[in-house]
Design a protein around this ligand. Structure first.
Ligand SMILES: *Cc1c(COP(=O)(O)O)cnc(C)c1O
Length: 383
């Protein structure tokens, strides 16, 4: 067992060895520019990108030509929000965004607000999920775009994106979902959801960092999108820049594996996560799960350790790599906007820890983690 035990898979994941193997030839052997059409180096790279595009599309029930490769979910969110809003100003000026979104969505929504768009943030229920009815009541005749994530990165809460998609379709409103946390953890079928734009990231699913995709629905009514990066006209003009072939190939392999293991891996993770949760709740008086009862990702546990600061708990449990309910980059940690939106106090949010499991998490590691957290809690609450 390697220490510290890594239980922060919602932050990033190791590259699966099969993914690395698929990527390696693209660095120095098949290094061509996938848009060089005049020689075999370019053709080979293009063929690899084509296969990767098909694999990513297949993992989400899409067609290959609907995939726009980007540098990650942050850029996909930017292209979805900025690109859709700026291209469809004539259709409205109002955005509806979940208050629990990742900063990549929230900050681009705020950017649009500063450009004159109006923004409504939809609060979650106490369990962290966004109710379709709350989204419905936020819609106006001026609403252009709704953005609600498929799965929350902090609590794992799964949102009713199918219901929200149906609602948006009925009202003629564009619907974007950030599915960075959903890929490989829950089934993801873009056609079934009734969505227009879906953001994905490779490194949350055992692929490399720095690559992602925006799925843009084809067919009628056409999704109008304004490119945010201009230049060589790559990715059907929606994202210029020489394609990062090794990363795209890695993403393709990661998506293929994620889809292939979807039948078994979520159940394995759920069993491990539930065991960890049960041991913590049994061992720490007053501990509780944030977002009780919510349908959530099988790998994620967000738990409140009453009266103990998460930062101190993590320092005490040094052999464990988990994350806290705050962005603790400075002396005064900002409590998580997700937990606060769910109704937790700032102090409760600062006492919360996110534990997230993944493909290489073992039973031994989970047993170790439970023990480490319980003993850290005991030593802090005794002092
Ligand atoms: C990680 C994450 C992002 C950012 O993805 P990058 O590929 O790192 O830019 C966006 N949204 C969600 C929900 C995430 O979990």
């Amino acid at each position: 067992m390697r220490l510290p035990v890594y239980l922060d898979w919602n932050a990033t994941t190791p590259v699966d060895p099969r993914v690395l193997e698929a990527m390696l030839p693209c660095f120095s052997e098949d290094f061509g520019n996938a848009s060089s059409t005049s020689h075999a180096y370019g053709w080979k790279a293009e063929a690899r990108v084509r296969l990767a595009r098909a694999a990513v599309a297949s993992a989400i029930g899409a067609a290959p030509e609907e995939i726009v490769f980007t540098s990650g979910a942050t850029e996909s969110d930017a292209l979805a929000l900025l690109g859709a809003a700026r291209a469809n100003r004539d259709r409205g000026d109002h955005l509806v965004v979940a208050a629990t979104e990742h900063r990549a969505v929230l900050d681009h929504a705020r950017r649009l607000e500063s450009e004159g768009f109006r923004l409504t943030l939809v609060p979650p229920r106490a369990d962290g999920r966004i109710a379709a009815a709350t989204v419905a009541s936020a819609l106006t005749d001026r609403t252009l775009l709704v953005s609600v994530m498929a799965a929350n990165n902090e609590t794992g809460a799964l949102n009713p994106v199918g219901e929200i998609g149906a609602l948006c379709r009925e009202r003629g409103v564009l619907f974007h979902t950030d599915a960075a946390q959903a890929l490989g953890k829950v089934p993801l079928d873009v056609r079934a959801i009734g969505v227009d734009l879906v953001s994905l990231s490779a490194h949350k699913a055992c692929g490399p960092k720095g690559v992602g995709a925006l799925w843009v629905r084809s067919g009628k009514p056409r999704v109008r999108l304004e490119a945010q990066l201009l230049g060589g006209g790559h990715e059907r003009g929606l994202r210029s820049g020489t394609p990062n072939v090794p990363a795209i190939v890695g993403f393709g392999e990661a998506a293929r594996i994620a889809a292939a293991e979807l039948a078994t891996e979520p159940a394995r993770l759920r069993a491990l996560r539930d065991r960890l949760e049960a041991e913590i709740l049994a061992g720490v008086p007053g501990a509780r799960r944030n977002g009780p009862g919510a349908e959530r990702l099988p790998n994620t546990l967000n738990v409140l350790f009453p009266g103990v600061e998460a930062g101190r708990l993590m320092l005490e449990a040094r052999d464990l790599a988990v994350s806290s309910g705050s962005a603790c980059s400075s002396a005064s940690p900002e409590p998580s906007h997700v937990l606060v939106a769910m109704g937790l106090s700032a102090a409760e949010a600062r006492s919360s820890i996110r534990i997230s499991l993944g493909r290489f998490t073992t039973e031994e590691e989970v047993g170790f983690a439970a023990g480490a957290l319980l003993s850290a809690w005991r030593s802090l609450s005794a002092s």
